[in-house]
Every structure is written in C-alpha cells, then in structure tokens.
Ligand binder design. Sequence first.
Ligand code: NAD
Length: 307
Amino acid sequence: MSSVQELRYEGQTVVVTGAGGGLGREYAIFFASRGANVVVNDLGASFKGEGGNSSAADKVVEEIKSAGGNAVANYDSVENGDRIIQTAIDAFGRIDVLVNNAGILRDISFKNMKQADWDLIYKVHVFGAYKCARAAWPHFRKQKYGRLISTASAAGLFGSFGQTNYSAAKLALVGFTETLAKEGLKYNILCNVIAPVAASRMTETVMPPDVLAKLKPEWVVPLVAVLSHKSNTKTGAIFEAGAGHIAELRWERANGVHLKADETLTPGAVIAKWKDVVDFSKAEHPQGPLNGLELLEEAYKLPANPK
Ligand code: NAD
C-alpha cells in the first residue's frame, strides 16, 4: 500500500455524516485537502441529539472552501440518509466514499433508561447508518466502486457502564459492516468499521484534560484515509484507532469441546468439559461459523458423554 502522503481522492465524492465537529470535521477537511469533493453533513444538534442548526456544517464548508477545496453542506439528520446522498449526486454527480460517523450519546444506567433514550440512540447510529448506506448502495453497485466506513466504539465491543443503548447500537454496526462486506465484494464495495478514541465533546465530560490533549481526532484520520482509498483491499474488518494506536481486531474461538449429540448431552456433560469450553490456549481466529453438518457427523461418531 502506498504511503499516506500519496493518497489522493481527485474526482471522487466523499460523504461524511456528522462532519460539523469532532472526528467528522477532521475527516471532511482531510478529504477535501486531498482533492475530494466533500458533502459535510451535520444537523447541528447537541451531543444528546437535541436541537439543531446549520452553522456547524456551514463553518466546516467555509473552512474547506477558504483553503481551496470543494465542499457542500447538508443539514439533514442521518435518519433521512437518502437526502444526504442526493446532495452528493446533485452537487457532484456521484458518491464514492461514505463515512457513517454521526453520533450522539444518551448515557444512563439501564435501570433508569427511558424508551426514548434507547430509541434515539438506535435511530441515529443504526437506522441512520442504514439509511445513508442504503441510498449510496445502488450508486456503488452501478459504478462497481464504493468505500464504506462505519463507526463502532469500544463501548460496543467491550461494554461500558451506563451505555447499554449506545453499546448495542455500536456493535450492530459491526454485524452491518461484516454482512455488507460480503454483499459488496464482487462490486468492489469495501466496508470496514472503526472503533475510534479521540477528544471531542462526546469524551470531554468523561476524560481529564491531560488525557484529552493526547487524543487528537486528527490521529484517527489516517486510518480512515487508508480504508477509504482506492488502493485499499481490506474489507469486513474492525479497527481500533486512537492516540496513535491502530490495530485490527478479530474474533477468537476457544478450544471448545465436541460432545456426542444424543440424550447424554446434558448440563452435567457440559460442566464436565467446561475447562475446554473456555480454554483459549489453542484458540483459532475464525473467518466464519463452524460447518454445522461437519460438526454433526463428528458428534454422531463420538462415544456417549460421561454422566
Ligand atoms: P461529536 O459529538 O464531536 O460529533 C458527532 C457529530 O454528529 C456532531 O457534529 C453532531 O451534530 C452530529 N450528529 C448527531 N446526530 C446527528 C444526526 N442525526 N444527523 C447528522 N449529524 C448528527 O462526536 P465524535 O466524538 O466526533 O463522534 C464521532 C463518531 O465517533 C460517533 O459515531 C461516535 O459515537 C464515535 N465514537 C467516538 C469516540 C470518541 O472517543 N470520540 C469513541 C467511540 C466512538
């Protein structure tokens, strides 16, 4: 893969959702500085998803234009992703890269969570990403080219106190990406998902200033740039990025146990082999599920499970 300095996006249109601030702003400014036409989407709401105004997106567009770049603003919520993609088509005639980045928080313990806290997080993160990708997809397929980056979170991958709504939504985007990667592959549509860590209004209330100073959103940009570029070949992958650390993350399957599949497969048989069920000493890194039929054949050949 060529070096980051050489990556350019001339003739391409990049849509960045939630690009009025934080990470999205940095992506938009970067892509425009490397020759792309950029749609700066932001509905300008608070980090809890309240209110809205056009100035967040406008400011980023002005900044891009005054640096000699090409950008247009869009103020729709990602829930109306079709309008955001239409802005790209109307202004630039195509869409090549979609960065699903818009996001909000409604942190609250599960016990105290209201239905609205759950619904709004789902609507912005999952439904919004779906609506944008769904509108971009026919264009990607037709031109046999597309790059889709969605934004998960460590909260989704590992869980995080007070964030059941956000964690569930963020992990949903991993499954979303992994399936789209499979459906998009033959059309050269590559789909990846990132779990960023960066200083933004989302993290400024939960992290101390000295840590925030070290977590510049600019440092997540190079990974997104690489994954969005035509030279990228990676698809269906999860990456962590923040504070200069960039790493792919993958599934791990424990050693496990093969039990005979008959009436001797009791809870007691599972307990008897529990240490193998959770033994990662000979773990594998699966690319997909085990073959159920092969497993069954094996399971029938086994002797009865000990009582
Ligand atoms: P941010 O609040 O600075 O930026 C999010 C932007 O999305 C805001 O400008 C906001 O106005 C916009 N937005 C919110 N709802 C929208 C909607 N319905 N339609 C269009 N735009 C909308 O936060 P950030 O930290 O830059 O977050 C960017 C993404 O990264 C989010 O998806 C977030 O969940 C994710 N993330 C961030 C971190 C982090 O450490 N900052 C960690 C994990 C995940």
